[in-house]
Design a protein around this ligand. Structure first.
Ligand SMILES: Cc1ncc(COP(=O)(O)O)c(C=O)c1O
Length: 397
């Protein structure tokens, strides 16, 4: 096994430096725990930025991957694929009838959703109906269309010209959406919990109001469930918590137990807008990844992990709010299920995150003041207690 410095040197010499990496290299994982090149153990309360929702190397995912890797890894989408068809059926079952298109990432899923929405609008609303509303402080990916959709300037700098057809509105402000709609608007794309900008949760009234507005004005409600979906917020999909059904929603991150997959999900009536030749992805829905996804989704369903996320989320936020009573640095604890942020009154989120990393707790700092936690859905009360202990010491430090 190479040592950390060797990895750092190779990375700096041969890999584009897009990430500003932290000085740790993980080499093994199991459940909520990780180990680095130096043999040090960590509690992972970030799950690879929400990817390893079942924890690291979940035995059902590992078994499915091992079995499929020795049977058939890939065939072209020119041919039928039993793994893809069965995964589509499972996603249809847990979503209540939506149909799937399989790609490889969250950005690719959102690209697909935007294309599907644009084509639906051309056919059903007219050739000039090309505008999609998205929220300020949203995050939808790093491709050209998805940085345009994203409501944060920092991801767009130096990449213009961006795409026409996008307009941003303030989050959680129904009047602003209503005022922004024109005859050219075909839909709104939204995260119900904004993850990358700091865990901001949509108000139930806002979401109900959006659904009603979309029905009234014949707009598509497109939900980005890339980070908040798949059990993390206490329901299989976050929209199920709000009691609204989107026209289109997107999945990625946790969908294949740690392997790359993105999915566009569309309700019947919209899904058929895509016809042969409209959209494709060479690696999309490949056998290996579909079997990993089927194992991951069956585990989430069979082990009732959304309910567990809800319960552990209550425990974790409860412990964090108790810590807030003892630690005046904490301004706010917010979130939904196991998607949680602690906002500080001081500008030392990064220093706190680094002290936690040093003491063996993996979490994420957003900007100067926000700490984000995305622990795996299988996290235990004992692990939550340990994490809060490490955080308390780091905040005091
Ligand atoms: C809500 C949301 N949408 C889209 C993406 C982009 O996903 P990917 O990095 O897989 O392209 C992310 C990634 O953080 C996300 O949080």
């Amino acid at each position: 096994m190479p040592r950390l410095q060797e990895v750092v040197d190779l990375d700096r010499s041969h890999v584009m430096q897009t990430y500003g990496r932290l000085p740790v290299c993980f080499v093994r994982g199991e459940g909520a725990r990780l180990w680095d090149t130096e043999g040090k153990e960590y509690l992972d309360f970030l799950s690879g930025l929400g990817v390893c929702g079942l924890g690291h190397c979940h035995p059902r995912v590992v078994a499915a991957v091992r079995e499929q890797a020795g049977t058939l890894i890939h065939t072209s989408n020119l041919y039928h694929n039993a793994s893809q068809a069965r995964l589509g059926a499972l996603l249809g079952e847990v979503s209540g009838g939506y149909k799937a298109f399989f790609g490889n990432s969250g950005a690719e899923a959102n690209e697909g959703a935007i294309k599907l929405g644009r084509k639906w609008a051309k056919l059903n609303r007219g050739p000039d109906c090309t505008e999609l509303l998205t929220a300020l402080n949203s995050f939808h990916g790093r491709t050209l269309a998805t940085i345009t959709a994203t409501g944060q300037e920092k991801v767009k700098r130096n990449f213009d010209p961006l795409l026409p057809g996008f307009r941003h509105v303030p989050f959680n402000d129904l009047d602003a959406v209503a005022a922004a709609i024109t005859d050219r608007t075909f839909g709104i794309l939204l995260e119900l919990v904004q993850g990358e900008s700091g865990v901001y949760v949509a108000d139930p009234d806002y979401v109900e109001g959006l659904r009603a507005l979309c029905d009234e004005r014949k707009l598509l409600l497109i939900l980005d469930e890339v980070q908040c979906g798949l059990g993390r917020t206490g329901a299989f999909f976050t929209w199920q918590r709000y009691g609204v059904r989107p026209d289109i929603f997107t999945l990625a991150k946790a969908v294949a137990g740690g392997l790359p997959m993105g999915v566009v999900m569309a309700r019947p009536g919209i899904a058929e807008t895509f016809e042969p030749g409209d959209h494709a992805s060479t690696f999309g829905g490949t056998h290996l990844v579909c079997e990993a996804a089927r194992a991951a989704l069956e585990t989430i369903r069979d082990e009732r992990l959304p309910e567990r996320a809800e319960e552990m989320g209550r425990t974790f936020t409860g412990r964090l709010r108790a810590l807030q009573e003892r630690q005046p640095k904490i301004k706010e604890v917010r979130g939904l299920g196991l998607m949680i942020a602690v906002e500080l009154r001081t500008d030392d989120a990064r220093a706190v995150m680094l002290r936690c990393l040093e003491t063996g707790l993996v979490l994420n700092a957003i900007g100067d003041r926000i700490l984000r936690f995305l622990p795996p859905l299988i996290v235990t009360r004992g692990e939550i207690d340990r994490a809060v202990g490490i955080l308390e010491a780091a905040l005091a430090g």
